[in-house]
Design a protein around this ligand. Sequence first.
Ligand code: ZN
Ligand code: ZN
Ligand code: FE
Length: 741
Amino acid sequence: MVQGVGFRPFIYRIATMNKLTGWVENRNDGVQIKVEGEQVRLEQFLTALKNRAPLASNITSLSVEEEKPEYSSVFEIFESSDISEEITEVSPDIAVCENCLRDMKNQTHRINYPFINCTNCGPRFTIINNLPYDREKTTMAVFPMCELCKGEYSDILDRRFHAQPVACNNCGPHYELIYQGKRIEGIDRITTLVAERIFRGEIVTIKGLGGFFMACNATDTHAVDRLREAKNRDGKPFAVMFSGLEELKKYAEVDSTEQKELLSWRRPIVILKTKKSLAPGISVGFQTIGAMLPYMPFHYLLFEKIKLPAIVLTSGNLSEEPIIIDNNTAEKKLLPVSDALLTYNRDIYNRTDDSVQMVVNRKNRMIRRSRGYVPIPVDLKLDVDGILATGAELVNCFCLGKGTQVFMSQHIGDLKNLETYKFFTQSIMQFEKLFRVQPKILVCDYHPEYLSTKYAKAREGLLIQAQHHHAHIASCMAENGLDEKVIGVSFDGIGLGDDDNIWGGEFLVCDLADYERVTHFEYVPMPGGDKATEEPWRMGVAYLYKTFGSDILKLDLPFLNKIEKRDIELMLQVIDKGINCPLTSSAGRLFDAVAAILNICTHADFHAEAPMRLESIIDENVNEQYNYHIDEVISLTGTIRGIVGDIQSGKPAPVIATKFHNTIISVIFAAVLKIAQKKNISKVVLSGGSFQNRYLSGKIENLLKNNDFQVFTHTKVPCNDGGLALGQLVIAAKRREMKCV
Ligand code: ZN
Ligand code: ZN
Ligand code: FE
């Protein structure tokens, strides 16, 4: 990554500092540098290149060759206009840097200027609409630079040399605060007003880097509840922005890896263990908090004036719609549900949400890959050129192959929402234009009803369909550089299998091109189909019915007593007759069932709530587990019996939930061991949304490693359906390479 991150000026500085002459040029395949001078200085140059490169730059490989000197007298930056058409590297957005924060207090033309940036920081992907990356091709094009800015922009020794979004109080974009029909300008007044309003419990919608966000006082219970109302009672936990690391550490536990992620220039949301609670409505009963630190100049200005440890900062969207990016829509849709709207007059071109991640076993895990990451490509050894993978439906991300690089889209969302679907199709067009790829192969899921499948089918090109769980494993293989036979454990909510049943608790032996399903959880009916994902009690009934037959009606369980007897009887009839009752081996649905049976979550307010609730009550001191049986398939009848027995004998829910988790860990280990012995494979790949469960993923990874397995997990793309497209893409690429398409 060398584009738009201040790499060439950096080279210039370290070359001239060491009295070296020569040149630097950006090329499609990287940066080429020629330096000549004294040997010691050349070595110092190389050391600086390795150790002091700009934060957001990334050197994947560095090769040094000796050449005859050209006896040049200066060091130059070549414009490289002749090949600029081929450069397809775009930097993600970068959090405001320390130097700019200092300039914001010192530079007379940028005092409290909330759009301050330099070659090392500022907006990138969110404002670009075409390549090569220069101001004319960004939403900064409408702001002509003043003489001062122009001077900095053209001075090779200035921190703002060729910083495309460079601007100041005189020439750049500015904020506007709208409330009660009033429109306020002037950053100092605006910051004071926003701070006061948030402090006293109001909801202020604030335009961020990649979209609008809704903010309120994170210590004000009433304000947080109002915000939830405003967002159509969206049940998901809210993300929180802390004023700084010190404050954050009072409220959450932070280990060194988490701290590094929180402070990185990507400034993601990191899911942390709660130490002390903010308003209860934020974490909706979970013992974790999605925390982040300020990343825009305005965030810093706001925290200077607002004496609060944290504010809620949640996506500005209603229900399942994508985050709103344009000013008019925000005024129309978000202002009516907020007390004030803070906007600015620079357009957002590419929508990006905040990225979400967590740390397990000291490794970073992506949950939502967006701001700060997109559009950094994933480098493969495979030719993926001209392949478009359209991803899943509920948590969509697509990706596009160029050469051996994969450009993963930002988090798109649930395609069933019309606005989100538009975002999906527009982003595909935008990626094709930006990265100059015309797809020849389209790869999608098996599921005929996924809108991403329908989209792929409707486009011209060769169509390939990849099985969902194979794609999950292939995705994890791709990011780990694996191209061989592995044992794949693919656990998630829902994915269509090749027998037309709904899979999700799968043990595969697979390579990139193909898979064999070795074993899986025994099928159970999923009464009502998709309805069962919203109503975990249905899965509870299905599992109990499978285990106890009609004796289920005699079971004295609090959760059954809560549900109308009529409804239960109806459910049993539905299962008997097989009406809208697909069979499923899904791990997600199994977790749903157990959460329901434990009466922790019978109706889900948001995607995967039941498994999350089950995980959240884990007691790490419990080591016991339940019975299970592995034959052709994995039977959990013993587990369900054990759980019911424990409930009836009054065991506390955390003990039961932990015993259940331990059982699943044991099942995975036993099944993998069996497969490994039979097939002589020692590489195990874990993927699928269920591995977002920290306890599960952390424990199974260690257990397998301690038993001499090589374990591969996701770190670059999500293990959930947001990472699926990468797997689809490599499956298609591998099949093309083997000429079997
Ligand atoms: Zn900066
Ligand atoms: Zn200016
Ligand atoms: Fe999945």
